[in-house]
Design a protein around this ligand. Structure first.
Ligand SMILES: [Ca+2]
Length: 171
């Protein structure tokens, strides 16, 4: 009886120690200068991310001069009859200037980024740095009217510094 009570106390002490460790890590992550480095992960679909020129909106807004690092993996197809490819794109290039491409003269299925009003750029599998100002949006390259027969998705990890002017962080 006595020994069981002691064992129970021991477990409680261990649990408290773990809790303190987790809180300590969170405090380090939040930083002391009103900013926090965060990583957000998105899964973007080859049927929709860029279709008709509509890029996938990450919801991440980068202030002027601030940057984010983008890394991607996964497998997609731009046509059931062609080989699959990853975020660096296939061996086929989107030159369909009539319909438009998420990024003209870049490979089909390449991961494309666009920040605010800036021109779209090739991101690929990365890690690739993109710079503000503006909202970060993503696309999987294809002709604007050609997304209907695409398949697959990419996992995209975006690491950036979120500013926290008060208790609430922005971005
Ligand atoms: Ca297609």
């Amino acid at each position: 009886m006595h020994s069981m009570l002691i064992r129970g106390l021991h477990v409680t002490v261990l649990a408290l120690a773990s809790l303190v460790a987790v809180v300590g890590l969170a405090a380090v992550g939040a930083g002391s200068a009103g900013a926090a480095t965060v990583t957000k992960v998105f899964y973007i679909n080859a049927k929709t991310a860029g279709a008709n020129g509509n890029f996938f909106d990450t919801g991440i807004t980068l202030p002027a001069g601030a940057s984010a690092t983008v890394s991607a993996s996964g497998s997609t197809k731009f046509d059931p009859n062609y080989p699959s490819a990853g975020p660096d794109g296939s061996g086929y290039v989107c030159t369909n200037s009539q319909a438009g491409c998420a990024l003209l003269n870049a490979p089909y299925l390449a991961l494309i980024g666009k920040v605010g009003d800036q021109a779209p750029t090739l991101v690929g599998s990365g890690p690739t740095t993109v710079t503000g100002p503006g909202r970060l949006k993503l696309a999987i390259n294809d002709a604007f009217d050609g997304y209907y027969n695409n398949s697959g998705r990419y996992r995209v990890a975006i690491t950036y510094t979120r500013t926290c002017p008060g208790l609430i962080c922005v971005g």
